[in-house]
Design a protein around this ligand. Structure first.
Ligand code: TYM
Length: 338
């Protein structure tokens, strides 16, 4: 089993990233056997596909590395790095650009959402972003990609690119790329905004109140939960009763994920309670789970020397691990390299 996943180092790590992805990364790192390997990276090359401030990207990258270690990633048990130190990601992207079809990229919902009506004004990087994501995964013969629901379409595209490349340029018994499987957690795959139960919790939402950030202190977390949008009804005792109450469903989902239980169990315990009662209980599990992570993050985030060393070491490992596949892709395409 080869596990690979990435996160953009723009903005703070939030509860959606943690419950939808990072918590599974840590679990997979802890459970992987001796033949397997986990690689996790900061998608800094993806971050330049939209307008950005270079100084913020620099600090954001180091802070996100600190956040991942604080969440439980252990650089001695997984390969932790940033794309910019592993040129093979960008190289393989270019090699795959000949295989990816414009029509496939045009159908990506993230492209459509981010570009909106102004497609002509977007960077070419934003459009070809999923090809870089395919390269990230295909470079390492990845079998499993732990992500939240919103990345599923990008991973299906990575499979399509791998399949077409193998068909066009490799023999059936010696494919260049392994087809990766997305690994999406059954619960918490899509944590919604605290202000609007129909929008996912996201770094790009202008309202800080829409998300719980890992860097929030206990009072801020409690305030955000208290102000979270809800409806006036008490919680039902069955999950079916949440079907047309997206904000209530979101809070119950978050509670269940944090307490490692199911929404059914949460409702068995809290059914009939109003939000005045439920919200403080939710804030308590939130602070209990994220509090220790936040403390580790605060201790590590300004230790530039240690963070640089972690990323440099991870990048050296990643460069070595990616070389055979990159070489095979150049070779398959007929590119002469001496
Ligand atoms: P990014 O940085 O937006 O998010 C990182 C991870 O967090 C998950 N996630 C969520 N899960 C549940 N609820 C939410 N509200 C929520 N918001 C975010 C995402 O699904 C993701 O798993 N393009 C990717 C980064 C990337 C990547 C890759 C991922 C680049 N290359 C290769 C996997 C494999 C992104 O922007 O994720």
């Amino acid at each position: 089993m080869i596990v690979v996943s990435g996160i953009q180092p723009t903005g703070n790590l939030h509860l959606g990233n943690y419950l939808g992805a990072i918590r599974n990364w840590v679990k997979m790192q802890d459970e992987i056997d001796a033949d397997g390997r986990c690689l996790f990276f900061l998608a800094d090359l993806h971050a330049i596909s939209q307008p950005h401030d270079p100084a913020e990207l620099r600090t954001g990258t180091l802070e996100m590395a600190a956040a991942l270690v604080a969440c439980g990633l252990d650089p001695s048990r997984c390969v932790l790095f940033n794309q910019a130190q592993v040129p093979a990601h960008a190289e393989l992207q270019w090699l795959l650009m000949g295989t990816a079809r414009m029509g496939w990229l045009n159908r990506m919902t993230q492209w459509k959402d981010k570009a909106g009506k102004n497609r002509e004004g977007q960077s070419a990087a934003l459009f070809s972003y999923p090809v870089l994501q395919a390269a990230d995964v295909l470079l390492y013969q990845t079998t499993h990609v732990p992500v939240g629901e919103d990345q599923k379409q990008h991973l299906e595209l990575a499979r399509d690119i791998a399949q077409k490349f193998n068909n066009d340029f490799a023999s059936e018994d010696e494919p260049v790329f392994t087809l990766p499987d997305p690994f999406i957690p059954p619960a918490a795959a899509r944590i919604m905004s605290l202000r609007d139960g129909s929008k996912k919790m996201s770094k790009s939402d202008p309202s800080e109140m829409s998300r719980i950030a890992l860097a929030d202190d206990a009072d801020t977390m409690a305030q955000k939960v208290k102000k979270a949008k809800t409806d006036p009804e008490p919680l039902p005792s069955e999950v079916e009763g949440l079907s047309d109450r997206p904000e209530a469903l979101n809070l119950v989902t978050i509670y269940a994920a944090l307490a490692n239980t199911t929404p059914e169990d949460v409702l068995a315990q809290h059914g009939g309670a109003g939000f005045g009662q439920f919200k403080p209980a939710l804030a308590e599990v939130l602070v209990e789970t994220l509090g220790p992570i936040r403390n580790r993050f605060v201790d590590l985030k300004d230790d530039r020397e240690q963070l640089d060393a972690i990323l440099a070491r991870g990048a050296a490992q990643a460069r070595e691990l990616g070389t055979p596949t990159l070489d095979a892709a150049y070779q398959a395409l007929g590119l002469v390299r001496g």
